[in-house]
Ligand binder design. Structure first.
Ligand SMILES: [Zn+2]
Length: 1034
């Protein structure tokens, strides 16, 4: 998923239906964390982490004037937006009418994107397959898959392309201007002059192919990257639900179709259709160009005009406009089936329901903003009406993923849904929904509740993200796509002020909106979903029926062509190729390490305290790390649950509703998370900790510390009904998303076979955790649990086992320290327990977690060397090299997996993985044959290739960090800025010979400690196929 800034986060709580080119996130919040290998649950969260910190200095750029023309673009509108200290320039190309929106902001992380309004009229996945093909080579860059090649020739902080319900966008971001210009040229050429070759269509879209390529008599199968991708996408039930919700609530135009493609429809698409669609929808007149940051705009204008727009005639793009959905006069009900998720809830509880109501037009900005706030008031947290009426009675697993206000389409919608409930409760849900609305109309809202939500929104405006430009792009794309006023939509403070005024002047302001949009709205869809044990079987039958029809329609001639195409495609995939046409950064461009502010570590009341002064936009960030290595095994396994519920239970002084309101009014939240922190020096030991994170406006810092103190001292687990509900919601939530992040679970699964620390990580955050929690809930003894959770808190919340990091602005530091000191005085000191646990390593083994999905996720892990070992950077470069040169061509291009790669974690675990993979044992064989492949492709390990792999690593090392997160590597892992610089220098200096030497050392002989893991359907003769004994868990 996309990382989104919090102010807009509000706007997109409803899950977006997006099909990205690169589903596997190639970035994470901290450069170091990426190396560590976030656990799946962390990775989910990291997409929402508010990293980073452009230093914002108000700066008005007066180079341009309204009404003037620059390189063929007429400047139509210039506005300064104080909320984000940016200047917005709206320009329009005089020849083609293409709009170019430029945001000038003093932020080094520059963004560029080309967006098209793409409105499919069937579910063949046309716009999605086109999105893949556009990046497969173009006029000026006629190489195979320049997109993937550029991943390692650039230091982009983000690179992707994605297909939404009615738009396709091609965004990237980078802090390096040479890189920016390189990528800009490639992206522009890709979208306006793609080669769209037939063979690429076969590879990326779909094709019939002989099972044995060399045997023209062998049976025919269907293959294709998007074909497999979509099979995988629909193995995630929450995705199926969200897609169906969209299709059914807006059925009459383009939204009635699946823009990503329905696997059973994809094979209806022809190459000719695709080329025609490109001509029409990728015409400059149907394009919107976005640029953001501090780089010179005129260079962009000149390039776009000279190379791509000038000379192109303007066309009327009204063909791609989307009319409003005609409103229904009667509510509708739709029921769908889903696959039975064997990792999910019990069969009879594995149902979902949602009510979706069509709201306002997206271009009505103020209305849309207010409906957004209203839906937060109704849905979010224990003070909201729906939470009280639907969640607290505890007859489900909590809100489902679709819940929220969704503003990704022409008509926006409001959705409330539940997961993991019984069919018998469907009716109850509908009744409660109506009762809740009527009660809200009668009772209205507490002023304090409204204010807490608006305050939180204002705080989030100040909270800086290093990916601000990307967030801005993603969150305005839908509005822009419908010609909405995106510039005004950025004036959030004004919209808040205007809402406050409306609320003051009209006492029933929100109640009237509820009447209009919720109570008296007949455009209302109730969607229900239940598991069907034969779901997969039915799909397989439909798939083979489709295949049969396809084959039946073939004649001798077309059969022959299929056979020849198969061979041709294989030949082109295996052919050596010349990538000289692609630009690449040089060592000079990347030699300087990023500059971070200085870190000071002081001892305050015996607590080690890391202080970082950095411009934070009047916010103070605090992290408290509690070492929990002293907990018993039974206690340790409950720490994830502990972290998830402790801030939801209130305290002995304030009930959970009051406490939630206080937190929301004064802070950005108080969150708890557990960490397994490996010793990056020796890989032989590790520490367990719980980290409490919070932040607040400087003026609210005394309250923030007060609330932390209240929670740490007076936490309570006494309310057993509430605890029971939170546990059930927790279990439902951890089993969501396994299929979409399966590669992370497979790697955690493989790592769990290497050592006890890996096993513990899996029990705390992997598939084992889901299993553990399910069993735990079945045998739950509430009184015991309450006692254990209380004990955990009593044992860990003390300053003897605590470390703290504070990030704030220089002028505020004295006050921050003053309040911090007072806070520390209230925290008890206990016996110091700085225990490092010794890691036990296991003998090699293999494990499969059975899942009834049509694709596999494979992982292999072995112990190499940790972060501070001199070979670590070499292995990290090698991992990038293997990913780009070996796994991507073989496992993705030839074998049809959606993704594959290798990485090394800071604890020294080297991992291989595949993503949405039609094969399992074949992929594991590919992992196994790495050494042989490296041996027979020694010529590929040259200076340029090694440098490209280094760039791939630098993308992670140098990625921007939020002001609140600067210094986190030192804080968590004791990796000082000096160590980081040494590591980076060492990495840049690695030679080809060193790399070859590392291959001999680490890959020649099978490692002593390794594990293999598959997540996916049952495999016949797995043991004989692989020559290993597999442990199978279902
Ligand atoms: Zn895709």
């Amino acid at each position: 998923m996309i990382s989104k800034s919090k102010w807009l986060n509000l706007a997109v709580r409803g899950r977006r239906i997006l099909y990205p080119r690169l589903a596997i996130p190639n970035k994470s919040a901290s450069s170091f964390r990426d190396a560590t290998g976030a656990t799946p649950s962390e990775a989910e969260k990291s997409s929402n982490i508010q990293v980073s910190a452009p230093q914002v200095i108000p700066q008005r750029d007066s180079k341009y004037a309204e009404g003037k023309v620059y390189h063929g673009f007429k400047c139509e509108r210039i506005e300064y937006v104080s909320d984000f200290e940016l200047t917005s320039y709206t320009l329009r190309h005089e020849g083609t009418g293409t709009e170019l929106w430029h945001i000038h902001r003093n932020d080094p992380n520059n963004v560029f994107s080309i967006n098209f309004r793409t409105t499919p009229f069937d579910s063949t996945g046309l716009p999605h397959i086109l999105e893949h093909l556009a990046l497969c080579g173009s006029k000026n860059y006629p190489v195979r898959d320049p997109f993937f090649k550029m991943l390692n020739r650039s230091v982009a902080t983000f690179m992707n392309a994605m297909t939404g319900p009615d738009y396709t966008l091609y965004p990237f971001s980078t802090m390096n201007e040479v890189d920016f210009r390189n990528l800009q040229r490639i992206y522009l050429d890709a979208v306006f002059r793609p080669n769209l070759k037939y063979l690429d269509f076969l590879q990326e879209g779909w094709r019939l192919e002989n099972k044995d390529l060399k045997d023209r008599k062998s049976e025919l199968v269907i293959k294709g990257v998007v074909y497999n991708e979509m099979k995988g996408a629909f193995s995630e039930n929450s995705q199926v639900f969200g897609q169906n919700l969209l299709n059914n609530v807006l059925p009459d135009h383009t939204y009635g179709h699946i823009s990503g493609g329905n696997p059973l429809e994809i094979p209806k698409l022809t190459h000719t259709d695709l080329v025609e669609f490109h001509k029409k929808y990728y015409h400059p007149s149907n394009a919107r160009i976005f640029s953001y940051g501090s780089f010179d705009l005129s260079k962009t204008l000149e390039l776009v005009d000279k190379e791509y727009l000038s000379g192109t005639p303007c066309i009327d793009n009204s063909y791609s406009q989307i009319p409003p959905q005609p409103r229904w006069t009667q509510p509708r009900n739709v029921h769908i089936s889903s696959r039975l998720d064997n990792m999910g809830a019990a069969y009879d509880r594995q149902n979902q329901i949602a009510i979706a109501l069509l709201m306002s037009d997206i271009t009505n900005i103020q209305e849309s903003f207010e409906l957004n706030v209203l839906s937060e008031l109704l849905i979010r947290g224990p003070n909201s009406a729906f939470y009280k009426s639907l969640i607290e009675p505890n007859f489900s697993g909590g809100y489902n993923q679709s819940t929220g206000y969704s503003a990704d389409t022409k008509d926006t919608s409001f959705i409330v849904g539940l997961q993991d409930l019984r069919v018998e409760d469907f009716k109850k849900f509908g009744e409660l929904f109506d009762q809740t609305i009527h009660k809200a109309i009668e009772e209205g809202f507490q002023h304090q509740h409204v204010e807490s939500i608006l305050n939180n929104l204002e705080l989030s405006l100040k909270h800086q993200s290093p990916h601000f430009g990307n967030s801005l792009l993603f969150n305005t794309t839908a509005l822009w796509n419908h010609d909405g006023d995106v510039v005004s939509s950025l004036r959030v403070s004004e919209m808040i002020a205007s809402l406050r005024k409306n609320l003051r002047n009209d006492k029933t302001y929100f109640q009237d909106k509820i009447k209009k949009y919720l109570a008296n709205n007949t455009h209302r869809l109730t969607l229900t979903m239940s598991p069907d044990e034969s779901y997969e079987e039915k799909f397989k039958v439909a798939e083979s029926e489709m295949l049969k029809q396809k084959v039946k329609a073939l004649n001798k001639e077309t059969m022959k062509q299929i056979y020849n195409d198969g061979l041709k495609l294989e030949e082109s995939q295996k052919a050596a190729e010349n990538t000289d046409a692609l630009p690449c950064l040089t060592l000079k461009d990347v030699s300087d390490p990023p500059k971070w502010p200085k870190l000071n570590v002081e001892t305050v009341q015996n607590v080690s305290t890391q202080i970082c002064t950095v411009p934070t936009n009047e916010i103070t960030y605090v992290k408290c790390l509690f070492n929990i290595t002293g907990l018993s095994q039974a206690e340790t396994t409950l720490v994830p649950l502990f972290c998830s519920v402790i801030n939801e239970m209130g305290t002995s002084k304030y009930n959970f509703r009051e406490f939630d309101k206080m937190i929301l009014s004064k802070t950005g939240g108080i969150d708890f998370k557990f960490n397994v922190v490996e010793n990056v020096q020796d890989a032989q030991s590790y520490q367990l900790s719980v980290m409490m994170t919070t932040y607040a406006l400087d003026k609210n810092v005394p309250d923030m510390f007060g609330l932390c103190q209240e929670l740490l001292q007076n936490f309570t687990f006494a309310d057993s009904d509430r605890l029971q509900m939170l546990i059930e919601n927790y279990i439902s939530n951890i089993s969501v998303g396994v299929a979409s992040s399966g590669h992370l679970y497979a790697m955690v699964g493989a790592t769990s076979l290497v050592s006890d620390a890996g096993k513990l990580r899996s029990v705390l955050a992997g598939v084992d955790h889901i299993e553990f929690m399910k069993t735990f809930a079945q045998e739950l003894n509430m009184a015991n649990l309450q006692e254990t959770l209380k004990k955990i808190g009593q044992k860990i919340f003390n300053k003897s086992n605590m470390r703290v990091a504070i990030n704030c602005s220089e002028p505020y530091l004295p006050s921050a320290l003053n309040h911090y000191n007072k806070f520390l005085e209230t925290i008890p000191a206990l016996e110091k327990k700085d225990v490092q646990r010794k890691i036990q390593f296991f003998d090699p083994s293999c494990q499969q977690y059975l899942m009834n999905i049509p694709v596999n996720y494979c992982g292999k892990a072995f112990l190499a060397v940790p972060y501070l070992h001199q070979d670590h950077p070499t292995l990290r470069v090698l991992a990038k090299f293997i990913s780009a040169k070996y796994l991507l061509p073989v496992v993705r291009e030839q074998n049809g997996a959606y993704g594959a790669g290798a990485k090394i974690n800071s604890d020294g675990i080297f991992c291989f993985y595949s993503y949405r993979d039609p094969h399992s044992t074949k992929t594991l064989d590919a992992f196994e044959q790495t050494y042989e492949w490296l041996g027979s492709n020694a010529d590929k390990i040259n200076q340029q290739a090694v440098f490209e792999a280094k760039l791939g690593v630098l993308q992670q090392l140098d990625s921007p960090i939020a002001p609140g997160n600067i210094g986190i590597d030192n804080f968590l892992y004791k990796v000082s800025p000096e160590m980081f610089v040494n590591y980076r220098t060492r990495l840049l200096n690695i030679t080809v010979d060193e790399l070859k030497c590392a291959i001999e050392t680490y890959f020649k002989n099978p490692p002593k400690h390794y594990g293999k893991c598959i997540l996916g359907p049952a495999i016949e003769d797995l043991d004989t196929q692989t020559g290993h004994k597999w442990k199978i868990s279902s």
